[in-house]
Design a protein. Structure first.
Length: 92
């Protein structure tokens, strides 16, 4: 199947589809979006980053990234052992 591009040229539909972001459970999470922007820094982990935060609320522990968001929403949770992003800065 073909479609016209903005210049009137015929192109196949496969070419019009942009590369999808990595999806988790059929939707793009904030963490996925953040990782697509800031990449990965292999060999380093979020738990050693100065932007990593541990929050306690109603007896439960939540791990957050200050750079990403610290809302109380589950969507902004990260894991201690996530591979660090390129914004990683070591704790002192
Ligand atoms: S490494 Fe990146 S994602 Fe992980 S806590 Fe630090 S800034 Fe946040």
């Amino acid at each position: 199947m073909k479609q016209l591009d903005i210049y009137g040229n015929e192109i196949s539909l496969e070419e019009t589809e942009s590369k999808p972001l990595d999806h988790q459970g059929g939707r793009t999470t904030l963490k996925t979006w953040f990782r697509n922007c800031h990449g990965f820094r292999q060999g380093f982990y979020c738990k050693n980053c100065k932007f990593f935060e541990i929050k306690m609320r109603k007896g439960q522990v939540y791990h957050k990234c200050v750079k990403m968001s610290t809302s109380s929403c589950r969507e902004t949770d990260i894991r201690k052992n996530d591979i660090a992003c390129n914004l990683y800065e070591s704790k002192k």
